[in-house]
Write a protein that binds this ligand. Structure first.
Ligand code: PGA
Length: 248
């Protein structure tokens, strides 16, 4: 592992003028000493963010990618198209896509494969719902979600990023405790270790109401290598505080 990784997920937020200000402030706040940082933005803003961030330390990414290579798939954006805009990361399998767009484990695994083939690092999201946690199914759910991606991607698995995002913690202000998060991260690490000798280089991010106040204690856990940040990534000061907490 080379330092921590902090990724913002803007979701369906932003405007040309708001993005300009947000990216300018984040880019100005980063230095050589900062950990790796990226923002995953709506595809229509990739060109803008590429222009604003190209000369600095801030990386950028997409929030989804098509499972298809090209062709008659109205509304979809391919990995090769994203790559043309300098995209380094693509979130795949976010719980909002699994929940509202019916994305299955198999589809998420194919999306990860398309991203990898185009030289984009997929950030594979896994996580249980509150109901699944209360029924004692956390381990089986996250393992099933990750297993599909491992099975489809073989040795390329060492090139992915995994984000553990308990669904009950996303956008709710209810963060998993550092111990709860670490426990699941350790399970995921063991699963990756069984799949590749290179498992130590796979960053395991925590996501779900991470903010400036709780970032340091989450990031102090052994198997938490960074964060996937929703709400708090839309305010430069908050996002920069999280980056500072993750920086050496
Ligand atoms: P949140 O979102 O930080 O607003 O909880 C995280 C995510 O959905 O990636």
């Amino acid at each position: 592992m080379h330092g921590k990784l902090i990724v913002g997920n803007w979701k369906m937020n932003g405007s040309l003028s708001a993005n300009q200000e947000l990216v300018r402030q984040i880019a100005e706040g980063l230095s050589d000493a900062s950990c790796r940082a990226a923002v995953c933005v709506p595809s229509v803003y990739l060109s803008q963010v590429q222009q604003l961030a190209a000369s600095g330390h801030l990386l950028w990414g997409a929030q989804d990618v098509s499972a298809h290579e090209q062709g008659a798939f109205t509304g979809e954006v391919s990995a090769a198209m994203l790559r043309e805009f300098g995209v380094r990361f693509a979130i795949v399998g976010h719980s909002e896509r699994r929940q509202y767009h019916g994305e299955t484990d198999a589809l998420v695994a194919t999306k990860a494969q398309r991203a990898l083939a185009a030289g984009i690092t997929p950030i594979v999201c896994v996580g249980e719902t509150l109901q699944e946690r209360e029924a004692g199914h956390t381990e089986s759910v996250v393992k099933r979600q990750l297993a599909a991606v491992i099975q489809t991607n073989g040795h390329c698995i060492s090139e992915i990023v995994v984000a553990y995002e308990p669904v009950w913690a996303i956008g709710t202000g209810k963060t998993a405790s550092p111990e709860q998060a670490q426990q699941v991260h350790a399970l995921l690490r063991a699963q990756l270790k069984a799949a590749t000798e290179q498992s130590q280089r796979i960053p395991l991010l925590y996501g779900g109401s991470m903010n400036a106040a709780n970032a340091a204690s989450l990031l102090a856990q052994n198997d938490i290598d960074g964060g996937l940040i929703g709400g708090a990534s839309l305010k430069a000061a908050d996002f920069l505080s999280i980056i500072a907490a993750a920086s050496p």
